[in-house]
Design a protein around this ligand. Structure first.
Ligand code: HEC
Ligand code: HEC
Length: 183
């Protein structure tokens, strides 16, 4: 009898555990939380976020290789038509963080794949890489350039709800004016 009771207990516990696992699996948030790492690891350095997250989101360094970051940080006086110059110590601080977390220096998320696909090239934009284009070619211009709530592919966070966490999962995308993206 005692054995039977504890067997019943085991079944009950297993059921509850199973149900809650199921509930977790249904929730994307939770699903990515602890067993899947970010697509690109965020750089939470306060100076980086303040200086490079003012005009656009602070891009995750793992989107571009170290050589790209050096080019970008050496040309801040003409940064895509803007002046984004920094005091030298701040520039050095940010550059060294970008370099050590660059696509060709880390082994997390999509970074190694991005570095491999660039094969030594050092573009100024992630949005102009083949890697990026392959993921976005289905999205028509009118939903980006001609969309007042987006304007440019460089605005990852206009469509990717968790871009700030480096999460670019295709289930966490809403193109403004379009709603949930289902292809
Ligand atoms: C004064 C505003 C401004 C500041 C400050 C700024 N940027 Fe930019 N950045 C821009 C503009 C404008 C673009 C082009 C955006 C577009 O095409 O829609 C851009 C684009 C970029 C891109 C290319 C994104 C892509 O893949 O298309 C990178 C990388 C970038 N910035 C990095 C940085 C870094 C690193 C810093 C800090 C040192 C920084 N930015 C600070 C204005 C700024
Ligand atoms: C106009 C909206 C929009 C913007 C802006 C945008 N994306 Fe996307 N992105 C999408 C959509 C929609 C998909 C899903 C495409 C598909 O599966 O057909 C996607 C897919 C991706 C994927 C692949 C996700 C997966 O699960 O396979 C990555 C990585 C990604 N985007 C990164 C970025 C980054 C980084 C930026 C900014 C530099 C960016 N995206 C800007 C809409 C956008």
């Amino acid at each position: 009898m005692k054995n039977f009771r504890s067997f019943g207990m085991t079944v009950a516990v297993a059921l509850v555990a199973g149900l809650s696992l199921q509930a977790c699996a249904d929730d994307d948030d939770w699903g990515r939380g602890w067993w899947k790492r970010a697509d690109f690891a965020p750089l939470n350095d306060p100076q980086y976020v303040a200086e490079c997250g003012d005009c656009h989101m602070p891009y995750q360094p793992g989107m571009l290789p170290a050589a790209s970051w050096r080019r970008i940080m050496n040309g801040l006086d003409d940064h895509f038509g803007d002046n984004a110059e920094l005091d030298e110590p701040v520039r050095q601080h940010i550059l060294s963080l970008l370099e050590s977390n660059a696509a060709d220096r880390v082994d997390t998320g999509r970074s190694p794949g991005v570095a491999r696909s660039l094969a030594g090239q050092a573009p100024l934009r992630f949005t102009e890489t083949r890697y990026f284009r392959r993921k976005h070619y289905e999205i028509p211009e009118r939903l980006v350039k001609n969309n007042p709530d987006v304007g440019s592919f460089s605005r990852c966070d206009a469509c990717h709800l968790k871009a700030d966490q480096g999460n670019y999962d295709e289930h966490q995308v809403r193109i403004p004016g379009v709603g949930r993206w289902d292809d």
